[in-house]
Ligand binder design. Structure first.
Ligand SMILES: [Mg+2]
Length: 306
């Protein structure tokens, strides 16, 4: 049986997503009122980078490189774009954030703590037995974590399901999925890409953290993902390419994505793995290696000014 809401070519999508009578839809609570100036966002990003380095250093294990590369992406979403309420993490009308590259959990944890979802003290317990902050996001233990991720390729598929559910409910929330370039080796990413294109999910926005490296080396050597933008276009997505560390470009692209009708959006964000810490930038080894105590001190000396 086919879904009743699948848009056929030429079908106006507006009639499929009109949720004016849906009580879930409404005004934006909580952080929507934050004054998200670029200066504010840069200040938040710097703080997130410091927290990432500190928490992974304390844990003695973790993934600094891909956490640091996604800082501006996650900051833009949680502090400038998404409607959500840290005091009410399960508010039905919230926009959904899926960290499909779940190993970058530290950037999500730092952002959620800064937004007020849980006390910042929790960051000191990263990866400890019994801690709500496990090495990969665990939705049942961490307020603000929408879905457990880390098994690469699965998050985007869950995001597709959430977007379909929103359409069926005629809810007006958006689903944002942060995908990795190394993660794009997974076949399931492209199944999700095909499904989202097929269902013309214009309430789904992907942001691809294109840092060029993955656990075993440069993408182009391990598994070349180029031509990446063309691949997403060929699956029916609206594609934009931006500098993933430039807030003006990210916010502009996210605003454009919100206006796209009849197709899902992918923002290919070019980033630097380990961004902000000189000895981590573009160093494959820091994909999944914690800094030593001395390296934490060195990093914090660099992360002092925007
Ligand atoms: Mg990568």
């Amino acid at each position: 049986m086919s879904l009743p809401y699948v848009g056929q070519p030429g079908t106006p999508t507006e009639q499929l997503t009109d949720g004016a009578d849906n009580p879930q839809n409404g005004t934006k609570p909580g952080l929507d009122s934050l004054p998200a100036s670029t200066a504010d966002l840069k200040r938040i990003a710097l703080e997130l980078r410091r927290q990432i380095v500190i928490m992974i250093g304390k844990a003695g294990s973790g993934h600094p490189g891909g956490s640091l590369s996604a800082v501006e992406i996650v900051t833009s979403l949680l502090f400038a774009v998404m409607r959500h309420d840290p005091a009410n993490p399960k508010w039905p009308g919230r926009d959904r954030l899926v960290l499909s590259k779940g190993h970058a959990a530290p950037v999500l944890y730092a952002a959620l703590a800064t937004a007020g979802y849980f006390p910042k003290d929790w960051l000191n317990s990263l990866r400890k037995i019994g801690s709500p902050l496990q090495g990969h996001p665990y939705a049942r233990s961490t307020p603000g974590v929408e879905i457990s991720t880390g098994s690469l390729g699965q998050g985007l598929s869950v995001a597709v399901g959430m977007a379909l559910a929103g359409r069926l409910d005629r809810a007006d929330y958006r689903v944002y999925a942060v995908v990795g370039d190394g993660e794009s080796d997974e076949g399931q990413i492209w199944e999700a890409a095909m499904a989202a294109g097929h269902y013309r999910l214009d309430n789904l926005v992907g942001i691809l953290d294109y840092n060029g490296l993955q656990i075993d080396g440069p993408n182009r050597e391990v598994m070349n993902v180029e031509p990446l933008a063309d691949k997403w276009r060929s699956f029916g997505w609206h594609v934009q390419e931006v500098d993933g560390h430039d807030f003006a470009q990210l916010l502009s692209a996210l605003a454009t994505a919100a206006d796209v009708k009849g197709q899902p959006s992918m923002i290919v964000a070019r980033t630097t793995k380990g961004k902000g810490v000189s000895f981590m930038e573009n160093v494959v080894d820091f994909h999944g290696k914690a800094p030593t105590a001395e390296q934490v001190e060195l990093a914090l000396r660099e992360l002092i000014d925007v």
